[in-house]
Write a protein that binds this ligand. Structure first.
Ligand SMILES: Nc1ncnc2c1ncn2[C@@H]1O[C@H](COP(=O)(O)OP(=O)(O)OP(=O)(O)O)[C@@H](O)[C@H]1O
Length: 222
Protein backbone atom coordinates (compact mmCIF):
# COMPACT_ATOMS: atom_id res chain seq x y z
CA UNK A 1 0.00 0.00 0.00
CA UNK A 2 1.25 3.46 -0.83
CA UNK A 3 -0.40 6.82 -0.21
CA UNK A 4 -1.92 7.69 3.15
CA UNK A 5 -3.61 5.33 5.56
CA UNK A 6 -5.16 6.60 8.79
CA UNK A 7 -6.71 3.85 10.89
CA UNK A 8 -8.91 4.33 13.95
CA UNK A 9 -7.16 7.49 15.07
CA UNK A 10 -8.28 9.46 18.11
CA UNK A 11 -6.72 12.67 19.38
CA UNK A 12 -7.58 13.92 22.85
CA UNK A 13 -6.24 17.26 24.10
CA UNK A 14 -5.81 17.98 27.80
CA UNK A 15 -6.38 15.62 30.71
CA UNK A 16 -8.67 14.98 33.66
CA UNK A 17 -12.09 16.58 33.27
CA UNK A 18 -10.80 19.24 30.92
CA UNK A 19 -10.39 17.20 27.74
CA UNK A 20 -11.33 17.89 24.13
CA UNK A 21 -11.69 15.02 21.68
CA UNK A 22 -10.45 16.59 18.45
CA UNK A 23 -10.50 13.27 16.51
CA UNK A 24 -12.80 10.41 17.42
CA UNK A 25 -11.90 7.03 15.86
CA UNK A 26 -11.15 8.45 12.42
CA UNK A 27 -10.16 6.21 9.50
CA UNK A 28 -9.25 7.45 6.04
CA UNK A 29 -7.31 5.88 3.19
CA UNK A 30 -6.13 7.99 0.25
CA UNK A 31 -4.50 6.20 -2.68
CA UNK A 32 -1.81 7.77 -4.88
CA UNK A 33 -3.46 10.09 -7.41
CA UNK A 34 -6.60 10.49 -5.31
CA UNK A 35 -7.95 13.89 -4.27
CA UNK A 36 -10.07 13.88 -1.10
CA UNK A 37 -11.91 16.85 0.40
CA UNK A 38 -12.87 17.24 4.06
CA UNK A 39 -15.64 19.69 4.91
CA UNK A 40 -16.91 20.55 8.37
CA UNK A 41 -17.72 23.35 10.79
CA UNK A 42 -15.13 25.34 12.71
CA UNK A 43 -13.63 23.37 15.57
CA UNK A 44 -14.77 20.00 14.19
CA UNK A 45 -11.22 18.62 13.92
CA UNK A 46 -10.19 19.23 10.31
CA UNK A 47 -6.82 20.86 11.07
CA UNK A 48 -6.17 18.17 13.68
CA UNK A 49 -6.69 15.55 10.98
CA UNK A 50 -4.09 17.20 8.73
CA UNK A 51 -1.66 17.60 11.64
CA UNK A 52 -1.93 13.90 12.48
CA UNK A 53 -1.74 12.86 8.80
CA UNK A 54 1.49 14.80 8.33
CA UNK A 55 3.18 13.62 11.52
CA UNK A 56 3.01 17.07 13.15
CA UNK A 57 0.86 15.73 16.01
CA UNK A 58 0.98 12.24 17.48
CA UNK A 59 -2.49 10.77 17.94
CA UNK A 60 -3.64 9.42 21.30
CA UNK A 61 -4.72 6.18 19.61
CA UNK A 62 -4.50 4.58 16.20
CA UNK A 63 -2.16 4.27 13.25
CA UNK A 64 -0.98 6.70 10.54
CA UNK A 65 0.95 5.30 7.58
CA UNK A 66 2.60 7.08 4.67
CA UNK A 67 3.44 4.38 2.16
CA UNK A 68 4.49 1.46 4.31
CA UNK A 69 5.95 3.61 7.06
CA UNK A 70 4.12 3.88 10.38
CA UNK A 71 4.39 7.38 11.85
CA UNK A 72 3.06 6.64 15.32
CA UNK A 73 5.92 5.80 17.66
CA UNK A 74 8.60 7.49 15.56
CA UNK A 75 10.99 9.97 17.16
CA UNK A 76 10.72 13.69 16.29
CA UNK A 77 13.89 13.61 14.23
CA UNK A 78 12.65 10.70 12.12
CA UNK A 79 9.27 12.37 11.73
CA UNK A 80 10.77 15.61 10.51
CA UNK A 81 12.90 13.72 7.93
CA UNK A 82 9.80 11.86 6.78
CA UNK A 83 7.88 15.14 6.47
CA UNK A 84 10.66 16.81 4.50
CA UNK A 85 10.90 13.91 2.07
CA UNK A 86 7.35 12.68 1.70
CA UNK A 87 4.80 15.27 2.80
CA UNK A 88 3.83 18.58 1.21
CA UNK A 89 1.85 21.14 3.19
CA UNK A 90 -0.19 23.98 1.69
CA UNK A 91 -1.75 26.46 4.08
CA UNK A 92 -4.51 29.03 3.94
CA UNK A 93 -2.05 31.86 3.49
CA UNK A 94 0.73 30.60 1.27
CA UNK A 95 3.46 31.19 3.93
CA UNK A 96 6.02 32.31 1.40
CA UNK A 97 9.31 33.87 2.49
CA UNK A 98 8.89 37.64 1.90
CA UNK A 99 12.45 38.27 0.65
CA UNK A 100 12.59 35.45 -1.91
CA UNK A 101 11.57 35.51 -5.57
CA UNK A 102 8.99 33.03 -6.83
CA UNK A 103 11.72 30.84 -8.32
CA UNK A 104 13.79 30.89 -5.12
CA UNK A 105 10.72 29.87 -3.05
CA UNK A 106 10.74 26.66 -5.13
CA UNK A 107 14.46 26.12 -4.69
CA UNK A 108 14.15 26.39 -0.91
CA UNK A 109 12.87 22.87 -0.03
CA UNK A 110 15.84 21.20 -1.72
CA UNK A 111 18.48 23.56 -0.32
CA UNK A 112 19.14 21.50 2.80
CA UNK A 113 19.66 17.85 1.95
CA UNK A 114 19.79 15.64 -1.11
CA UNK A 115 16.71 15.15 -3.22
CA UNK A 116 17.74 13.25 -6.36
CA UNK A 117 14.13 13.00 -7.57
CA UNK A 118 13.28 16.65 -6.98
CA UNK A 119 11.42 18.43 -9.76
CA UNK A 120 13.09 21.14 -11.78
CA UNK A 121 12.00 24.48 -10.23
CA UNK A 122 11.66 26.31 -13.53
CA UNK A 123 9.67 23.47 -15.12
CA UNK A 124 7.38 23.36 -12.12
CA UNK A 125 6.95 27.13 -12.21
CA UNK A 126 5.86 26.74 -15.85
CA UNK A 127 3.48 23.96 -14.94
CA UNK A 128 1.69 26.17 -12.43
CA UNK A 129 1.55 28.99 -15.00
CA UNK A 130 3.94 31.31 -13.17
CA UNK A 131 7.15 31.28 -15.19
CA UNK A 132 6.61 34.87 -16.35
CA UNK A 133 6.68 35.98 -12.70
CA UNK A 134 9.75 34.00 -11.65
CA UNK A 135 11.52 37.13 -10.37
CA UNK A 136 8.61 38.54 -8.38
CA UNK A 137 8.56 38.58 -4.59
CA UNK A 138 5.39 37.63 -2.67
CA UNK A 139 4.19 41.24 -2.18
CA UNK A 140 4.28 41.67 -5.99
CA UNK A 141 1.93 38.72 -6.54
CA UNK A 142 -1.84 38.30 -6.15
CA UNK A 143 -3.31 35.94 -3.55
CA UNK A 144 -4.03 33.32 -6.22
CA UNK A 145 -0.51 33.59 -7.61
CA UNK A 146 1.00 33.25 -4.14
CA UNK A 147 -1.12 30.16 -3.58
CA UNK A 148 0.15 28.67 -6.88
CA UNK A 149 3.72 29.23 -5.74
CA UNK A 150 2.90 27.68 -2.34
CA UNK A 151 1.47 24.61 -4.10
CA UNK A 152 4.48 24.35 -6.41
CA UNK A 153 6.85 24.63 -3.44
CA UNK A 154 5.02 21.81 -1.66
CA UNK A 155 5.39 19.61 -4.77
CA UNK A 156 9.13 20.20 -5.34
CA UNK A 157 10.35 17.04 -3.60
CA UNK A 158 7.63 14.82 -5.17
CA UNK A 159 5.79 14.16 -1.91
CA UNK A 160 3.69 11.02 -1.56
CA UNK A 161 1.14 12.95 0.47
CA UNK A 162 -0.13 16.51 0.03
CA UNK A 163 -2.05 18.12 2.91
CA UNK A 164 -3.92 21.28 2.06
CA UNK A 165 -5.65 23.54 4.60
CA UNK A 166 -8.26 25.98 3.26
CA UNK A 167 -6.34 26.92 0.09
CA UNK A 168 -9.10 29.18 -1.24
CA UNK A 169 -10.03 31.06 1.93
CA UNK A 170 -8.47 34.32 0.70
CA UNK A 171 -9.46 33.99 -2.97
CA UNK A 172 -12.40 35.01 -5.13
CA UNK A 173 -14.49 32.42 -6.93
CA UNK A 174 -12.56 32.30 -10.19
CA UNK A 175 -9.15 32.12 -8.51
CA UNK A 176 -10.47 29.45 -6.12
CA UNK A 177 -11.52 27.24 -9.02
CA UNK A 178 -8.15 27.70 -10.71
CA UNK A 179 -6.19 26.84 -7.58
CA UNK A 180 -8.22 23.70 -6.88
CA UNK A 181 -8.06 22.64 -10.54
CA UNK A 182 -4.29 22.93 -10.26
CA UNK A 183 -4.28 20.79 -7.12
CA UNK A 184 -6.44 18.17 -8.85
CA UNK A 185 -4.21 18.09 -11.95
CA UNK A 186 -0.97 17.77 -9.98
CA UNK A 187 -2.49 15.12 -7.71
CA UNK A 188 -3.51 12.94 -10.67
CA UNK A 189 -0.55 13.53 -12.91
CA UNK A 190 2.05 12.87 -10.22
CA UNK A 191 0.25 10.21 -8.18
CA UNK A 192 0.05 12.22 -4.96
CA UNK A 193 -2.39 11.30 -2.17
CA UNK A 194 -4.03 14.67 -1.47
CA UNK A 195 -6.30 15.70 1.40
CA UNK A 196 -7.83 19.18 1.22
CA UNK A 197 -9.70 20.75 4.10
CA UNK A 198 -12.16 23.37 2.89
CA UNK A 199 -15.27 25.37 3.75
CA UNK A 200 -15.82 26.02 0.07
CA UNK A 201 -18.58 23.82 -1.36
CA UNK A 202 -17.98 25.29 -4.82
CA UNK A 203 -14.63 23.57 -5.27
CA UNK A 204 -15.39 20.03 -4.11
CA UNK A 205 -16.53 18.92 -7.57
CA UNK A 206 -12.84 18.64 -8.46
CA UNK A 207 -12.36 15.97 -5.76
CA UNK A 208 -12.72 12.19 -6.05
CA UNK A 209 -14.32 11.77 -2.62
CA UNK A 210 -15.80 14.18 -0.10
CA UNK A 211 -15.98 13.64 3.67
CA UNK A 212 -17.55 15.61 6.45
CA UNK A 213 -16.05 16.12 9.88
CA UNK A 214 -18.48 16.70 12.76
CA UNK A 215 -17.32 16.71 16.39
CA UNK A 216 -14.15 14.83 15.51
CA UNK A 217 -15.94 12.13 13.53
CA UNK A 218 -15.34 11.65 9.84
CA UNK A 219 -17.97 10.27 7.50
CA UNK A 220 -18.49 10.20 3.73
CA UNK A 221 -20.64 13.12 2.61
CA UNK A 222 -23.84 12.02 0.92
N1 LIG B 1 -3.59 22.19 21.30
C1 LIG B 1 -4.87 22.10 21.64
N2 LIG B 1 -5.25 22.03 22.94
C2 LIG B 1 -6.54 21.91 23.27
N3 LIG B 1 -7.55 21.84 22.39
C3 LIG B 1 -7.23 21.91 21.09
C4 LIG B 1 -5.89 22.05 20.63
N4 LIG B 1 -5.89 22.08 19.28
C5 LIG B 1 -7.17 21.98 18.89
N5 LIG B 1 -8.00 21.88 19.97
C6 LIG B 1 -9.46 21.71 19.96
O1 LIG B 1 -9.73 20.57 19.15
C7 LIG B 1 -10.93 20.79 18.40
C8 LIG B 1 -10.63 20.62 16.91
O2 LIG B 1 -9.81 21.72 16.48
P1 LIG B 1 -9.31 21.89 14.96
O3 LIG B 1 -8.41 23.07 14.91
O4 LIG B 1 -8.81 20.59 14.49
O5 LIG B 1 -10.70 22.21 14.22
P2 LIG B 1 -10.99 22.75 12.74
O6 LIG B 1 -12.13 21.94 12.23
O7 LIG B 1 -9.73 22.74 11.95
O8 LIG B 1 -11.44 24.25 13.00
P3 LIG B 1 -11.33 25.54 12.05
O9 LIG B 1 -12.20 25.29 10.84
O10 LIG B 1 -11.89 26.64 12.92
O11 LIG B 1 -9.89 25.73 11.72
C9 LIG B 1 -11.44 22.18 18.78
O12 LIG B 1 -12.41 22.01 19.80
C10 LIG B 1 -10.21 22.86 19.31
O13 LIG B 1 -10.56 23.87 20.26
Amino acid sequence: MTGLQITDVSLVHGDGEDTVTALDHVSLTVAPGEFVAVLGPSGSGKSSLLAVAGGLTTPTLGSVKIGDVELVGKKNKELSKLRREHVGFVFQSSNLVPALTALDQLRLPTTFGKYPDARDPLDLLKQVGMEHKADRRPHQLSGGERQRIGIARALMVRPQVLLVDEPTAALDRKRSQEVVELLAAETREHGVATVMVTHDHDVIRHCDRVYEMVDGRLSPKV
